[in-house]
Write a protein that binds this ligand. Structure first.
Ligand code: NAD
Length: 362
């Protein structure tokens, strides 16, 4: 079977890192004799320049027809003067909505080789760290009713969730926990918010169908503290759109660099969307300086969740670990002020090639 992968390199370092993601996917295809085809599509600032809009209808249509979408990043100073719907980032929101991807999965993992890049005390992450944050992506306060009073002196945004939306997201949470260490923590503010109480009620009712998963609850303010005090207590965290936005960035920083963090956004059917969590880093664009590992790890998630190809995903993850174990570092993950330790600083392409070579070797 031939799988079709839509590529959206985007702006800034997007094309630099997506190129390396594709090289990793081609190496997997070669090693396991799979057929993958790639089609490159415009979105973001480059699409504004080419087609006058951030998300051309032809791009969305081609994404819908593909098996999965691999995206780099969009945006940059060139388009910062544009308003609302014309901005590159509007393309990203349109693509997420257009593909109906409501569950955002962000793994936060500290690779043992990068423990020194973690800002927490070594004893706190002793034994490694591997958390999966599952964030609801298409509902809640970012999409609720908002407004201003006529005199402009007060404003409101509304957090609203239906039981069906919560159920939808939590299904993914229970499923993910079952495939990992079996612990699901639902994070909310149920001591204050009615919507959070509905999250708890729904989770408790669903838990009966998932006897192998240990369900717990935590208030979001406590979770923010626990993520830095004792992050190893978590396996899968499931939460609403805004809480997930904030907590996943906090968890990301624990791992040391934004250049290492992958993400997957999934709906019920249709292609998933895979992207590094970083932006277009215009300061590094086209200079062979961006860390491609977040995108390469996003490609691993693409194989796992959209193509059901776990062996391929593991091959990529093992190769990334192998490259790090061999001492290869992009500048963002190099030990600062410490030239010892057998580390060698490499550029985007050399890191990508090293990972691809390790994938091929197996
Ligand atoms: P950013 O993530 O692009 O950069 C933040 C910092 O991290 C910079 O110092 C950058 O050099 C560094 N960095 C980011 N990715 C890196 C990588 N792979 N390797 C090494 N270093 C890396 O965030 P920003 O500076 O706030 O935004 C820049 C542009 O990106 C803006 O136009 C913003 O709107 C856009 N943006 C896009 C997305 C997206 O497409 N999903 C997400 C966030 C920001």
């Amino acid at each position: 079977m031939k799988y079709r992968i839509a590529l959206i390199p985007g702006d800034g370092i997007g094309p630099d890192v997506v190129e390396q993601g594709v090289i990793a996917l081609r190496a997997v295809a070669e090693r396991f004799s799979r057929e993958l085809s790639f089609a490159e599509l415009p979105m973001g600032g480059c699409a504004i320049d080419e087609c006058g809009e951030p998300l051309p209808a032809s791009t969305l249509a081609a994404c819908r027809e593909s098996d999965a979408v691999l995206l780099g990043a969009v945006g940059g100073p060139k388009w910062d003067h544009l308003g609302g719907k014309l901005r590159p980032e509007a393309g990203l929101l349109g693509l997420r909505a257009g593909l109906g991807v409501y569950a955002n999965l962000r793994p936060a993992r500290v690779f043992p080789e990068l423990a020194a890049a973690c800002p927490l005390r070594p004893d706190i992450i002793d034994g490694g760290l591997d958390i999966l944050i599952l964030r609801e992506l298409t509902g809640g306060i970012y999409f609720g009713e908002r407004g201003r009073s006529p005199d402009g002196e007060s404003a409101w945004d509304t957090e609203r969730y239906s039981r069906a939306e919560i159920c939808h997201l939590l299904e993914r949470g229970f499923e993910a926990a079952r495939g990992r260490s079996g612990r699901l923590c639902v994070v909310d503010k149920a001591n204050v918010l009615e919507s959070s109480r509905l999250w708890r009620e729904t989770a408790k009712a669903m838990a009966r169908d998932w006897p192998s998963v240990e369900l717990s609850f935590m208030y979001v303010d406590n979770c923010a503290m626990q993520l830095v005090a004792n992050p190893r207590q978590f396996d899968v965290i499931a939460t609403s759109n805004m809480f997930g936005d904030i907590l996943s960035d906090e968890a990301a920083m624990i791992t040391g660099s934004i250049g290492m963090l992958a993400s997957a956004s999934l709906g019920d059917s249709g292609p998933g969307l895979y992207e590094p969590i970083h932006g277009s880093a215009p300061d590094l664009a086209g200079q062979d300086r961006a860390n491609p590992l977040a995108t390469i790890l996003s490609a691993a998630m693409l194989l796992r969740y959209s193509l059901g190809f776990e062996e391929g995903a593991r091959a990529i993850e093992a190769a990334v670990s192998g490259a790090l174990a061999a001492g290869l570092r992009c500048a963002d993950i190099a030990r600062r002020g410490d030239a010892a330790g057998g580390e060698r600083i490499v550029g985007t392409r050399e890191m990508g090639q090293a990972v691809a070579e390790l994938i091929r070797r197996g």
